[in-house]
Design a binder for this molecule. Structure first.
Ligand SMILES: [Zn+2]
Length: 219
């Protein structure tokens, strides 16, 4: 995949995260990712709650060394997640990541069908970085920590991002590094075009509009 192909793919995933925020009227941080899944008709169930279902559908192997996985059972999307992980913020990212696999259509294009009518997203044995896993991570971080909202709140540090967005320190650090690059790009845009690079797409503006009240409250 060349650089521009990667950027196009990246943009598609980012736009999808924005679309989900817009369509579901998400208007404040931290994003209630559990409530969002419910609104979208996606069931979420912890490994602890799902012991019987996991046994019934022979899914135990997927719970090993996996923070979560996604299935279609009897036509319903169900996200299973490990509720024993630490820090707890990781749960939110896991659920957002699995939701990414669903909305990006990975279960429809690259899945394994198990016995008893279960379709499951197939991570495959591909070495990381697996493009679909990357895409689900990009989706999750853009959904939980939308750059334009962080920009409107003038958020820069990993600590702030972690608190505001309910992300683990690790995920927040990755997001903070991305924000640093975007703020740098903004400076270049100011010099070149005399305007900010944030809020240039209609989708981004729609997200900002939706978060307007919570942005004003926080600034
Ligand atoms: Zn995944």
């Amino acid at each position: 995949m060349n650089k521009s192909e990667f950027y196009n793919d990246y943009k598609k995933v980012r736009d999808k995260a924005w679309d989900i925020l817009i369509k579901n009227n998400v208007s404040s941080l931290p994003v209630d990712v559990f409530g969002l899944c419910e609104r979208m008709g996606v069931k979420i169930i912890s490994y602890t709650q799902a012991t019987d279902i996991i046994r019934l559908y022979d899914l135990t192997e997927y719970t090993n060394n996996n923070d979560g996985f996604t299935t279609i059972i009897n036509g319903h999307y169900i996200i299973f997640y490990d509720d024993t992980v630490n820090p707890k913020e990781r749960l939110r990212f896991t659920v957002a990541h699995e939701l990414g696999h669903i909305v990006l259509g990975h279960l429809l294009t690259d899945n394994v069908s198990c016995r008893k009518g279960v379709t499951i997203w197939n991570r495959g044995e591909a070495k990381e970085p697996n493009p679909s896993e990357n895409a689900a991570n990009i989706f999750a971080s853009r959904l939980l920590a939308p750059a334009c909202v962080l920009w409107a709140l003038d958020i820069h540090s990993a600590d702030e991002i972690s608190k505001l967005c309910g992300l683990s320190k690790t995920a927040a650090q990755i997001r903070a590094e991305r924000m640093r690059l975007l703020y740098e790009r903004e400076q270049e845009w100011f010099k070149k075009y005399n305007k900010s690079c944030f809020g240039t797409s209609p989708r981004e503006r729609a997200v900002l509009k939706q978060f307007e009240n919570s942005i004003h409250k926080n600034t």
